[in-house]
Design a protein around this ligand. Sequence first.
Ligand SMILES: Cc1ncc(COP(=O)(O)O)c(C=O)c1O
Length: 388
Amino acid sequence: MSIHISSHIRDIHPPPITEVKGWLAARPEGGPDLIDLCQAVPDYPPAPELINHLKGLLDDPLTARYTPDEGLPEVRRSVCDRYRRRYAAKLEPDQLCLTVGASQAFWLAIMTLCQAGDEVILQSPCYFDHPMALEALKIKPVFAPFEEERQGLPDPVAISRLITPRTRAILLVTPSNPTGAVIPPALLTELYLLARRHRIVLLLDETYADFTPGQPHELFTIADWHNTLVQIMSFGKSYALTGYRSGLLAASAELVRQALKIQDSMAVCQPRITQLALKYGVEELDDWVEANRLLMDFRHNLFVHAFSRPGNRFRLVSSGSFFAWVRHPFGRLTGRQAARKLMDEAGILCLPGEVFGPGLEGYLRLALGNIRENMIPEAVRRFREMNA
Ligand SMILES: Cc1ncc(COP(=O)(O)O)c(C=O)c1O
């Protein structure tokens, strides 16, 4: 007799990257080598000086110990300094909780802000883990529709129409996964003010913020930002440490205090070795991060130039350093069918549009972080040569 599993969890769709990678087993033999545009990971290794620094810490037995739930004070102080440099932020260490990736920061935020039956507005197309987590917690995801002409940028009027007495937060991802679109600072301020007027939270996922130039927005300069804004951040992409699971939650000190009840029972703390890596990164690696931003920007431009030349029946709708959001030319096929066709016939692995929200079967997401400049012409050639 098999074990009883909650029917509620059974009904949630499996993680899309696992699903798509699962297709590989049934891939026809003798096809072209695989080009993996599936997962958003930087292809380059972490900074060698960071790795050397960590090696020197491994002999210290303290490195193997728990830390306070919210993270080591000296690490949170260094992170605050970086936020001051990057955002001119009015931010204090007690407004931060270091987490097991941005993924866990999202759970802390949602579980602290919402109860079952509440609603969260998401901009479509949205990062697939967000509705998956909301559904697991019986919180209703309310999708703001995707408009091609806006390239997926949120429309404050459309969002304001979705606010109900059950709405707890407007959730935005900038730069967007999957469209790569960056929400301009003035639009973010408008959305922040909309949330503030309705006394709900603007929940901002800035996992890819380090791949944009300059100060991403001015929200952290507002004296009482923490009464409206909750930010979740990942350092996995910034320092090429996705497997270290480094993220944080930035919010009011009171929200962080309440979130520690979940943190303590869920993870206790971000691993100490990850915190030590983060401290080194935020103190020493601003130039390294900037060099990699320029590299990713270069690759993105190369891709856009090649992909957008006339003669490609796949149409680039929106893109950024990590992602391209593409309309596929196979009118009768769903995104899943189109993605499978690309895998079978062209050896390209990518994600179907519909995993990013309802009604998006006509699109595909290409993750560009994983592909070096020398492979970009070949990847684009395979799209161009696909038959309908
Ligand atoms: C928008 C977005 N948020 C959060 C995450 C998860 O980040 P982490 O690896 O830090 O948990 C990702 C990962 O791809 C992402 O794209």
